[in-house]
Write a protein that binds this ligand. Structure first.
Ligand code: F6P
Length: 375
């Protein structure tokens, strides 16, 4: 192995720099290999100044840093790229241009750090002869073939801290606090942080909810003498028979942008007579320093990806299974996106704790006075 490339694509996630560092250090220290970084996802291959050499000094000090030193893009799909032709904006497949640029670089491997979109592209480029290797990244934790993606743990910590902070102000003001969290079509961030942060209601895409059921949980708490509630809503949550809420439509370049369900749920709760405030945590979940776990996982993924490259394991992705870093076929891993198991132990645990998923309307429990009156 003489030369490898590394790029980061899609939305950023805490831990990207830890992977870049591990790739660079392992490639140089163990294989004496040249490393190049590709800026802004696949775009770097076809934009001036898009390729940068990576040496040991370039990755010094980046382990705790959020974001990615290489930059990223979530509109950089070479199979559908916005380009200007004859003064007009058109969508074109520029994948052959990218493949040619990769060949010009004479790379023995291209390590692609990305979520499902970026890794799907890596897999398609692999079909066109690119020696691609995947590293699964996303705060959403929604990639198949791996138990966990790096970035998720940090997002979880941030979301849980937000819930802790909302708790104290909710309790002081006897209010309902709604927190909208990221996750796209997977409810892992809302479910895990909701349990860790003691939410009373958790709404996730995998369990469509009923508005009345959400209100009944809050009412039940009030009837029991607790005048505040915490409602944790995943951005992809939807009511039974309804659709998710989008803040922006999709097009040939951008996927539709989820957002707004927290406000809709909050307004409904307020109409039921409970004073409510809504917080949208947004990109705070993706920024800043990675947790120790994410640094540890990202470093192991980066080092394993280089070892996989040396073995010629192209078209494969590193993954965590039974606490071991292994590798799996990228195509098989991406075939089935990971979702919350609605019958799994996490959901059962939450239900056992009395957390509502908004799918069961609770009958009010009579207050002690009411029970006396009933005899
Ligand atoms: O996939 C990561 C993620 O943060 C999702 O949770 C969220 O829906 C999306 O990216 C937001 O994307 P953008 O950065 O384009 O707003």
């Amino acid at each position: 192995m003489r030369k490898i490339g590394v790029l980061t694509g899609g939305g950023d996630a805490p831990g990207l720099n830890a992977v870049i560092r591990a790739v660079t250090k392992t490639a140089i220290n163990v294989y004496g290999c040249e490393v190049i970084g590709v800026r802004d996802g696949y775009d770097g291959f076809i934009t001036p100044g898009g390729i940068v050499p990576l040496g040991l000094s370039d990755v010094r000090g980046i382990l705790p840093r959020g974001g990615t030193i290489l930059g990223t893009a979530n509109r950089g799909n070479p199979f559908a790229r916005k380009v200007i032709r004859d003064g007009k904006e058109v969508i074109e497949d520029v994948s052959d241009e990218i493949v040619a640029a990769i060949q010009d670089q004479e790379l023995d491997a291209l390590i692609v750090i990305g979520g499902d979109g970026t890794l799907h592209i890596a897999d398609e480029l692999f079909d066109k002869g690119v020696p691609a290797i995947g590293v699964p990244k996303t705060i959403d934790n929604d990639i198949g073939g791996t138990e966990i993606t790096f970035g998720f743990d940090t997002a979880l910590m941030i979301a849980t801290e937000a819930l802790d902070r909302l708790h104290t102000t909710a309790e002081s003001h006897h209010r309902v606090m709604v927190l909208e969290l990221m996750g796209r079509d997977a409810g892992f961030i809302a479910l895990h942080s909701g349990v860790a942060g003691g939410a009373d209601v958790i709404l996730i895409p995998e369990i469509p909810f009923k508005y009345e059921a959400v209100a009944s949980k809050i009412r039940q708490r009030v009837e029991r003498g607790t005048y505040f509630s915490i409602v944790c809503v995943s951005e992809g949550a939807k009511p039974q028979g309804g659709q998710p809420v989008f803040s922006r439509k999709g097009d040939a370049v951008y996927v539709p942008r989820l957002g707004g369900i927290g406000q809709v749920v909050g307004e409904y709760i307020e109409r039921q007579g409970f004073e409510t405030r809504v917080t949208v945590l947004g990109h705070v979940q993706r920024g800043g320093t990675p947790t120790a776990f994410d640094r540890w996982l990202a470093t192991r993924y980066g080092a394993a990806a280089v070892r996989l490259a040396a073995e010629g394991g192209f078209g494969r992705m590193v993954s965590l299974q039974n606490a071991q870093v292994v590798d799996v076929s990228m195509r098989e891993a991406l075939a089935v996106p990971k979702r919350v198991d609605v019958n799994g132990d996490a959901v059962l645990t939450a239900r056992g704790l009395g957390i509502s998923f908004g799918d069961e309307t609770l009958t009010p429990i009579p207050s002690p006075a009411g029970r006396k009156a009933q005899g």
